[in-house]
Design a protein around this ligand. Structure first.
Ligand SMILES: [Zn+2]
Length: 277
């Protein structure tokens, strides 16, 4: 790892009053969560879907809840159970500690739907989930704008076929099937009210924040929501950026820091530098 970049990142964190953690799919890999990208990535995580030749974008689609609900809920039920039982890696705690040492604290902006920041102890009102959360449900039709916790639903999934074997959750309003409150592929039915409310709170915090450092982790260019957000903070809020990404680490200016590394290794390296200071 580039020692100068690690030093520079530690300096930016030391000088900052406010921390924004901007996290994409790469953040979860060190917790043992599968990365669906790359050739065969999705099918090695879900062999039953590979045998049927089904791609990620076909399964993660609101239409699949109409055409093959047992399969759609088999996939999402498996993920829901997986995320409920995952322990967030140590990097989450490192970030939380940095935020607690800053005058204005920290906020999280993530495209991950897995709820791992909440599990790591970040407070619910400090998190914006721009693609929604698998731990929340909405009506599949949808008949209304309600979003509710999935806590009462315990999926039972046959891993051989990737199908749900117990009853899918239903909408409290109309009795139709409920689905995860996640933005899927080609999804015009996602209810974004919860996500928009989170972002409005984040904007109010940003408007008062000074000397912001953004630590962006595992956010690629393929689904660019998180990168767009980081860049907007540089332009509109004068923030500085630490980008941690093993494959796409380039940063916009020399004032920003590029670290070509998985999330946890980079966070540990920076942490050891800040402790020494
Ligand atoms: Zn409904």
């Amino acid at each position: 790892m580039d020692n100068r970049a690690i030093h520079h990142a530690a300096d930016l964190i030391e000088d900052a009053d406010a921390l924004v953690v901007a996290a994409g799919a790469g953040m979860g890999i060190d917790s043992g969560l599968p990365d669906f990208r790359g050739p065969g990535g999705f099918w090695s995580a879900y062999p039953a879907l590979g045998r049927r030749g089904l791609e990620f974008y076909e399964v993660a689609s609101p239409r699949t809840f109409d055409t093959d609900p047992a399969l759609a809920w088999g996939f999402y039920g498996h993920r829901l159970a997986l995320y409920r039982h995952t322990t967030p890696h140590e990097g989450f705690g490192i970030l939380k500690g940095w935020g607690e040492r800053m005058f204005q604290g920290s906020r999280v902006f993530t495209s991950n739907v897995d709820g791992q920041f909440q599990r790591a102890g970040f407070s619910e009102d400090a998190i914006t989930e721009c693609h929604g959360s698998i731990h929340h449900l909405q009506c599949s039709r949808p008949c209304c704008g309600d979003v509710w916790l999935a806590a009462n639903f315990v999926p039972s999934v046959d891993d051989e076929t990737c199908t749900l074997v117990n009853d899918a959750p239903t909408c409290r309003g109309c009795g139709a099937m409920a689905r995860p409150n996640i933005m899927m592929f080609g999804d015009s039915e996602w209810i974004d009210r919860r996500s928009n409310g989170q972002e409005a709170g984040l904007r109010r915090w940003l408007d008062k924040a000074t000397r912001i450092v953004v630590i962006e982790l595992g956010a690629g260019t393929a689904i660019p929501s998180v990168r767009h957000f980081s860049h907007e903070l540089l332009v509109n809020y004068g923030a500085r950026l630490v980008r941690i990404n093993p494959k796409e680490p380039a940063v916009p200016t020399q004032m920003d820091v590029s670290i070509a590394s998985p999330a946890l290794a980079a966070l540990r390296a920076i942490e050891s530098m800040t402790l020494r200071a």
